[in-house]
Design a protein around this ligand. Structure first.
Ligand code: NDP
Length: 499
């Protein structure tokens, strides 16, 4: 039969459901307000470079106002019975479900990620997080942290641009369930969903000051971390900023959790179901344009199946559709910012300069906006920058191995330790390899699976602390002498001696 190629007709999701105002203020003490010095900045759609709105840029005085509002609210919020706090969280979860389509479109507009992902992954997980922690609010005494665990106080939370609303949910839901109040700073390139979330808080009747949202730049984040009346700092972002935050809080009584970068190994053994593994490799590195801290950015493939895997992978990559994030058929959307595009481009150039072989399927990129074709590098060695540094884009580095021991050694040869994947038919091999990998999460015969009941976090330069699950509560409760993260890190050290 002759090969026939059918083009996909455009299937754009309407953006009419999102009612964007020309400008937005900071959300402090239940009200939208201008920045004290009146400064604003613009947020653009990375797929078109269109200005979406102007938002207030918080400064130190605004950080202080927000922390004071959160402190005032803490007294009554923390005194509420857990079941009452739970009611608010359930209400927020239900409103997010009701407004899911609006949020999905908004997030695609401001972030550039495909609507298929915001609609089917981000929003369902966001609601699930609030539902999950709503359920914990009246059961804290049974969570294993003593019979009467207490909240910490005011949490300063700083989130990145790759999953804006989902990272907000990971931060706010456990904090509120445990009785803390929060001041949250979204990333400068993706402020809108957090501001719309402020509206959800109002809709849910959440008492004023319990959630405060400060849009702004890194200096606002730094001021929040340094504020003397913040009890807990929760950060997701780059390792570099994470280290700066650790330095700022060192020597203070502030508790801190850091969720930083990663350079995950996705290990494919010769007995793996190849077609399934290829789907997992694609999901691991091209989901969300590769802007994923736990992305499977290093493919470790057993030498004997290298050719078969790469042939299948290239065929599959040739079917990925890059383009309009609001089109329901789009697989890969826009790169979040010009700055991130420049970083990806320069690391890919370094890959070529260092001698790795670059390949990308033929693919037409839109003229306006920030785009990068799905790319893979073969002939990569462990010394190459593209094997060591987090690219945070749709770029896969392929390395090979011959024995399981070599796979483990290469997988662990990184300063990071956030996630890993193992593809093999043998259950015993999965258990044996997973126990030797120094990564907070190990997926077996799947990749990038998330669930609010499951703790997530890293080893080494991927940070410390766990988010999600019962463990995620611990970061917001006083009293635990040694956190379970520290414990697992310590036990991990012991388990891995000699490997
Ligand atoms: P950053 O770590 O700079 O940004 C994360 C958040 O921290 C943003 O809200 C940012 O604000 C804020 N911030 C920046 N500087 C400070 C500071 N000194 N004190 C407190 N908060 C601060 O990440 P980038 O956006 O610059 O991305 C750079 C690289 O980081 C990426 O290429 C990727 O490798 C990695 N990254 C990892 C993520 C992860 O999930 N692990 C997420 C995002 C990035 P602002 O937006 O204004 O800069």
């Amino acid at each position: 039969m002759p090969h026939q190629k059918f083009e996909y007709a455009p299937a754009p999701e309407s953006r009419a459901i999102v009612d964007l105002a020309p400008s937005y203020g900071l959300f402090i003490d239940g009200e939208f307000t201008e920045a004290a010095d009146g400064t604003v900045f613009k947020t653009v759609s990375p797929s078109s470079e269109e200005v979406l709105a102007e938002v207030a840029r918080a400064g130190e005085a605004d950080v202080d106002r927000a922390v004071k509002a959160a402190r005032r609210a803490f007294t009554s919020w923390s005194a509420l019975p857990g079941a009452e706090r739970g009611k608010y969280l359930f209400r927020i979860a239900r409103i997010l479900q009701e407004r899911a389509r609006e949020f999905a479109v908004l997030e695609s507009l401001d972030n550039g990620k495909p609507i298929r992902e915001t609609r089917d992954v981000d929003l369902p997980l966001v609601a699930a997080h609030f539902f999950y922690y709503a359920g914990w609010a009246d059961k804290l005494a049974y969570a294993g942290f003593g019979s009467d665990p207490k909240p910490l106080g005011v949490a300063g939370q700083i989130i990145p641009w790759n999953f804006p609303l989902l990272m907000l949910a990971w931060k706010i839901a456990p904090a509120l369930a445990a009785g803390n109040t929060v001041v949250l700073k979204p990333a400068e390139t993706t402020p809108l969903s957090a501001l719309f979330f402020a509206d959800v808080c109002r809709q849910a009747g959440l008492p004023r000051g319990v959630v405060n949202i400060l849009t702004g730049y890194g200096d606002a984040g730094a001021a929040l971390v340094a504020h003397e009346d913040v009890n807990k700092v929760a950060f997701t972002g780059s390792t570099e900023v994470g280290k700066a935050i650790a330095r700022t809080v060192a020597g203070t009584s502030k508790r801190v959790t850091l969720e930083l970068g990663g350079k995950a190994a996705n290990i494919v053994f010769d007995d793996a179901p190849i077609d399934q593994a290829v789907e997992g490799i694609v999901d691991g590195i091209f989901f969300n344009q590769g802007h994923v801290c736990c992305a499977g950015s290093r493919l470790l493939v057993q030498e004997s199946v290298q050719e078969e895997v790469l042939d299948a992978l290239k065929r599959r990559m040739g079917t990925l559709r890059v383009g309009d994030p609001l089109d329901k058929n789009t697989d890969i959307g826009a790169i979040n910012s010009a700055e991130q595009l420049a970083r990806i481009t320069s690391l890919a150039e370094a890959g070529e300069a260092e001698g790795a072989e670059r390949w990308a399927p033929a693919c037409e990129l839109p003229d306006a906006g920030y785009w990068f074709a799905p790319t893979l590098f073969t002939g990569v060695t462990q010394a190459h920058r593209i094997a060591r540094e987090e690219i945070f884009g749709p770029v896969l580095s392929v390395l090979t191995f011959r024995t399981p021991a070599e796979a483990v050694e290469k997988a662990n040869n990184t300063p990071y330790g956030l996630s890993a994947g193992v593809w093999t038919e043998k259950g015993s091999r999965i258990l044996s390899i997973a126990s030797k990998l120094r990564a907070g999460v190990v997926w077996a015969n799947t990749f990038n699976k998330f669930d609010p009941t499951s703790p997530f976090g890293g080893y080494k330069e991927s940070g410390h602390g766990r988010e999600g699950g019962r463990h995620g509560l611990e970061a917001y409760l006083a009293g635990a002498a040694e956190t379970s993260n520290e414990r697992s890190e310590r036990e991990g050290e012991r388990d891995h001696e000699g490997v």
